[in-house]
Design a protein around this ligand. Sequence first.
Ligand code: ZN
Ligand code: ZN
Length: 248
Amino acid sequence: MNRTDIFFLGTGAAEPDAGRDNTAVALRSSAGAVLLDCPGSPMHKLARMNIPPETLGCVYISHGHPDHIYGLPSLLHSLEPSGSSPEIILPEGLLPMARKLLELFGLEADFIPASTGMRILDMKMDFFKTRHTADSHGIIINVNGKKIVFTSDTGPIPEAYSVFRGAEMLIHDCLAPSRFSAECEALDKTHTSSLALGKIAAEASVKKLIPAHFSGRFDFSTEEIKTEIRRNFSGKVLIPQDLTALSL
Ligand SMILES: [Zn+2]
Ligand SMILES: [Zn+2]
């Protein structure tokens, strides 16, 4: 069985709303599962997606903003009775902060600094610098012969388009439509608008574009997101809801 499942545990930005919690993604192959970013209620979300927590081989933390890391102590604490302890992969610069966060709760973990070509379960992992914080990195996972890219939070990164090229799935920051750029200084600097994202997907010839990390602060519809992407990208676009599951 060479199937890969992708689960969207959350699809919202730092300010969740009634429909979307903070963004996190789980990938599962026949060898086990990995969790990409770790906001709130991770065990509950994994349970809702029928992912047994003891199959979690690793957790990747993309950067140190609370909506990407604050669930880590909760996850490790919840896993204690089962004795399972996934490896925590993160950009090296984040190590002191992550250690401090766990120390507050008397918790420990196996931290592994992200490094090119590392292998976890049956997945090969590579990383690239994103435009967000000093330490922020996205991840490229090659599994079952397919490339899946998760940028987490980022503005457009032209130097990474070669990394995105040919991806089966590009899961990319898409905070809001471009009309909010006057109110939101971060748009197209440290986060990406749907207009810019369409251009990125077209330039990188991705097979399927999955926008995520939608702002709960601004009022827009997923239709508006899709329409703006379509101005530049004619390939497949899927806008996930929380708890959307896909297979490759
Ligand atoms: Zn975020
Ligand atoms: Zn962030």
